[in-house]
Design a protein around this ligand. Structure first.
Ligand code: SAM
Length: 274
């Protein structure tokens, strides 16, 4: 019987899992690596993988994460790998001189975990937490961002102003949540207007997470010259679907700055000042 006929017959008669198994054997026989099905031990925030998450056994990380969850500071409480990346970036930044900045804080989930994890106050640095604490500023949105927010408000039949998006006013909550950190400096207002209020001369860690392109580019343009050599910039939305304008604008910025952004499996982007 010809090979083609044999294949057609197998397809017709054999159950799907046998076809899959035979294909794996055929791929291995050809010397290629085969896709081996795995049981995910980590499956959240759009990322599934198996047995490569030692940070989940790190007691300091688990405690810091648990504290922020306990204070209800999250938008989504299942973003542990993203927070692990921030903790790594923050740990590297602690080796350098300079303050920390986050633009796009909301209730402070990421930054609270980081300050806790790093025992930040022992370093004597400042951590600037910049946000409107009441959602987006319509003056700084692109046409696409604006219409997405307007559509979201009407689809959810929200009675909040459309600029609020999925967020709630949260300034007082953030003041309370960070009251225990001497180094926290809460800056309320829209980026780019309030950028001069961040009085850091040198910055070791910058997190950008405002979900809108113009303020994010204004922030990185403003802070890049102040970044310490080896300083880390973390871009929360970099490769996420729906954030293509940010991706294109950040890549263009990186090119102007003579550098390149590392795209992480979490969808974050990572940039080191050299
Ligand atoms: C995705 S949330 C930040 C989440 C935060 N990093 C966390 O750990 O939970 C985006 C935040 O960006 C803020 N934001 C949006 N546009 C802004 C602007 N032009 N200036 C300052 N904050 C802005 C919103 O108020 C919102 O709190």
């Amino acid at each position: 019987m010809k090979l083609g006929k044999l294949k057609a017959l197998a397809k017709e008669r054999l159950p799907g899992k046998w076809i899959f198994f035979l294909n794996v054997l055929r791929t291995l026989a050809k010397g290629h690596s085969a896709f081996i099905p795995f049981k995910a031990t980590y499956n959240e925030d759009g990322l599934a993988c198996s047995k490569n998450t030692p940070f989940l056994e790190d007691a300091r990380f688990v405690a810091a994460y648990g504290n922020a969850v306990g204070k209800h500071l999250y938008v989504d409480a299942n973003v542990r790998w993203r927070c692990h990346v921030a903790c790594w970036a923050g740990s590297m930044a602690m080796q350098l001189e300079g303050d920390f900045v986050e633009c796009g804080v909301n209730k402070g989930f990421l930054s609270h975990i980081l300050m806790d994890y790093l025992d930040f106050d022992r370093s004597g640095r400042l951590f600037y937490l910049v946000d409107t604490y009441q959602g987006f500023d319509g003056r700084y949105l692109s046409a696409t961002e604006r219409s997405r927010l307007v559509d979201y408000a009407s689809a959810t039949e929200s009675d909040k102003p459309w600029e609020m998006g999925m967020y709630e006013p949260c300034y007082e909550a953030v003041v309370n949540a960070f009251a225990g950190f001497k180094g926290a400096r809460i800056v309320k207002g829209a980026v780019p207007d309030v950028l001069p209020e961040v009085q850091a001369e040198k910055i070791a860690y910058l997190s950008i997470d405002m979900n809108c392109v113009a303020p994010e580019i204004a922030a990185i343009e403003h802070f890049w010259p102040k970044m310490a050599q080896g300083g880390v910039v973390l871009l929360d939305d970099y490769a996420w679907p729906g954030h293509e304008e940010q991706l294109a604008a950040m890549d263009a910025f990186a090119q102007r700055a003579g550098t390149k952004i590392l795209c992480l499996p979490t969808g974050q982007g990572l940039l080191i000042k050299h």
